[in-house]
Design a protein around this ligand. Structure first.
Ligand code: 13P
Length: 283
């Protein structure tokens, strides 16, 4: 069932677990994620970055792949098709027009006023089409789509202003997490996370889920995080398995066997995350 993120995140907030957001890169990954989430009865948000969208073919191709798989594989859990880090209002509009059910407008690199302006434009367009919107404030550090950036912790008053002025559905305040691998220990500001969650009362999103220790993930969920984004960890386990397979099987040239060699490793990692986030058997 393809849905927006509203009901699944509200349920997660109420029942204190987190919905997994897994980034997709191709048809096979999408299939492994959907099959595993169906097995575990977990809702799922399929996050597609602008880079991944271009790689796959475009917004319509992404929607076509997901809709086709949901139908052919009889997927019955709630599935959300989500733009990860949409960098402009135009990107979000194109995705909504193609059938995405949720978008993230990431105007975090602009001033608060500009962030509010861009987020409001997206919310106004999205609301009419029953599409949910996530915004970002402060700056999540690390590397994504080969772009590096530093962490800037979100200020509580800025988050309150952005949420109240834009009516956004969920918010990703930068609180110390990074995309990709951590250099040193993750330094999440849980006090601020809790304060923000109490003040804004909408689902909080934790980006940069890779490399955050399990006990910190649980603490984040207890502080109001309802959606956790995972990308790098899936890339690592898939690549390790495929690399080993190729080294051990130099005679194989069937791409289905090569890509499929990463399937079990990915499925195991997805199961591990769903169990940690507490999102299994919710549907
Ligand atoms: P990781 O790359 O740390 O898994 O984070 C993914 C993410 O936050 C996508 O928006």
């Amino acid at each position: 069932m393809i849905v927006n993120s509203k009901e699944m995140l509200e349920k997660a907030k109420k029942e204190k677990y987190a919905v997994p957001h897994f980034n997709i890169n191709n048809l096979e990954w999408t299939r492994y994620i959907l099959e595993t989430c169906e097995e575990m009865r977990s809702p799922v948000i399929l996050g597609v970055s602008e880079g991944a969208t271009k790689y796959i073919g475009g917004f319509n191709t992404v929607v076509g792949i997901i809709k086709g798989l949901v139908k052919d594989l009889n997927i019955t859990i709630p599935v959300c098709i989500h733009v990860d880090h949409g960098s402009s209002v135009e990107t979000c509009i194109k995705a909504i027009d193609a059938g995405y059910t949720s978008v993230m407008i990431d105007a975090s690199k602009y001033s608060l006023e500009e962030n509010i302006k861009m987020t409001t434009e997206v919310v106004e367009y999205a609301k009419e089409k029953n599409v949910t919107v996530e915004a970002e404030i402060g700056h999540i550090g690390g590397t994504e789509d080969e772009i590096d950036s530093d962490i800037a912790y979100a200020k509580v008053n800025d988050v309150i202003e952005l949420v109240s002025k834009t009516n956004v559905d969920s918010i990703a305040p930068a609180l110390g997490s990074v995309h990709g691998l951590y250099k040193g220990e993750p330094k999440l500001d849980f006090e601020r996370m809790k304060t923000i969650s109490e003040k804004v009362n909408i689902p909080l999103v934790l980006h940069g889920g890779t490399g955050i220790y399990d006990d910190l993930i649980k603490k984040a969920i207890s502080c109001g995080v309802c959606k956790i984004n995972i990308n790098t960890e899936l890339q690592i386990v898939w690549t390790e398995a495929v690399r080993k397979f190729l080294l051990d099987n130099s005679e194989v040239f069937d791409p289905r066997k090569i890509i499929g060699a990463g399937k079990e490793a990915m499925k195991n990692k997805i199961k591990e995350k769903i169990t940690l986030f507490g999102s299994s058997n919710k549907y």
